[in-house]
Ligand binder design. Structure first.
Ligand code: ADP
Length: 247
């Protein structure tokens, strides 16, 4: 089984509220040649902009419940669009919104994913708002969900699709002289600086998750989804521009 992550940065325009990159998204869905997958997608501008403006990360209270509901609705809307495109492509996609069945701090309900997988479905989950005991709520990124799924379901590989060629020694969108690294070790020191609103930790957290996955024996790589065929080649385990994270 392979977990594929469509980053919010590649399937949406992270700077414009609820703007999908429809052409990119459709192409990425057509590049999904392997059917034994779990698809995880980011929230992009369907989640980060409102969550950040309404400071949802500080927790749930009487005055922001409507914001919690709104973000949950917005990201579910993005998810519905993606699931519809997968069904159009004749993939038996099934939506798994974690706000509806997970509470942070409790065991991750991975068995439900397993039950769908063994029947040949393609479970699709995404970065979402989730209940939590201490603060009331937290924002759970797609990358964090992948960490939980991988812990229990032990995929052979995890492929992250984002809007840059891979991991550079520093943010390539800010530094013109940034150098792409083909292989990165989990404990290498890299400079991460976000250029857009990301309430869940951006590339830095992604790199941490990738390092933990690699250390548990999973083949982990990140490729640029804005460039045609990179995802396809990565899925086929062929030589492709990107970054592998190794222990
Ligand atoms: P996604 O939404 O695709 O999951 P993020 O937006 O969280 O991904 O992370 C991708 C972004 O991370 C890139 O667009 C880039 O601007 C930023 N970034 C920061 N530091 C780095 C780095 N060292 N190498 C690559 N990208 C970086």
């Amino acid at each position: 089984m392979i977990i594929v992550k469509f980053g919010g940065s590649v399937i949406t325009d992270k700077k414009v509220y609820k703007k999908i990159r429809t052409r990119v998204l459709k192409r990425l869905i057509y590049e999904l040649t392997d059917e034994n997958i779990i698809l995880v997608h980011g929230a992009g501008s369907f989640g980060h902009i409102l969550s950040s403006d309404k400071k949802l990360n500080s927790g749930l209270n009487d005055s922001n419940m409507i914001d919690f509901s709104t973000v949950a609705r917005d990201v579910q809307k993005l998810n519905t669009i993606i699931v519809s495109m997968l069904i159009e492509r004749k993939l038996p996609a099934i939506s798994m919104p974690i706000h509806s069945f997970h509470m942070v701090g409790e065991n991750f309900p991975y068995t439900k994913f397993h039950e769908y997988l063994i029947r040949g479905f393609v479970p699709v989950t995404y970065g979402d708002v989730v209940l939590e005991r201490k603060k009331g709520m937290v924002i759970c990124s797609g990358d964090q969900i992948i960490f939980n799924l991988a812990k229990y379901l032990k995929p052979e590989r995890v492929i992250f699709v984002t809007d840059v060629d891979g991991i550079y020694d520093k943010n390539p969108k800010i530094h013109k002289d940034a150098v792409l690294m083909k292989i990165v070790h989990a404990n290498d020191s890299i400079t991460f600086d976000n250029d857009v609103k990301d309430v869940t930790g951006g590339m830095e957290l992604k790199f941490k998750v990738m390092g933990l996955l690699a250390s548990s024996g999973i083949d982990v790589m990140i490729v640029n989804g804005l460039v045609k065929d990179r995802l396809k080649l990565a899925l086929q385990n062929k030589d492709v521009i990107g970054t592998r994270v190794v222990p």
